[in-house]
Design a protein around this ligand. Structure first.
Ligand SMILES: [Zn+2]
Ligand SMILES: [Zn+2]
Length: 130
């Protein structure tokens, strides 16, 4: 990932190249003095600017967040045309219903939810789209 994309509060996953951080450890980026970004490690603070090669942060991957689902269509490879059948609450209105008005805006889905690819018409469980 680009070092310039790393922000305080981001969760990074360490690879196996550290003596002071366990492989796969999930670390929250903190901002230290002089705005230097670091994560906590066995030695205290592990400053990220020592992990930059060119503009690329090495040794860490961003943890997949809610916006980053890491699923794509097994047929056509698209990841921007996927509809997942999620459980949502909707507000009943005189003219029908509105998911955006409901108090609980969470959209519940998991690996067993059904997923459709709008681009090619493929359909299957989310787990099959990983
Ligand atoms: Zn360290
Ligand atoms: Zn597709």
């Amino acid at each position: 990932m680009n070092f310039s994309d790393v922000k305080p509060g981001d969760i990074l996953v360490a690879d196996g190249g550290f003596t002071c951080i366990d492989e796969g450890a999930e670390l929250t980026v903190c901002r230290g003095h002089e705005d230097a970004l670091y994560v906590a490690c066995d030695d205290g603070r592990h400053y990220l600017d020592g992990q930059v090669s060119g503009k690329i942060l090495i040794g860490f991957e961003p943890k997949a967040g809610p916006q980053w689902h890491e699923i794509k269509c097994p047929n056509c490879g698209r990841d921007d045309q996927l509809d997942v059948d999620a459980v949502v609450s909707i507000r009943l209105t005189p003219s029908g219903s509105d998911a955006d008005m409901s108090e609980d805006e969470s959209h519940i889905w998991d690996d067993n939810s059904m997923c459709s690819c709008i681009a090619c018409g493929g359909r299957g469980k989310v787990r099959d789209f990983k």
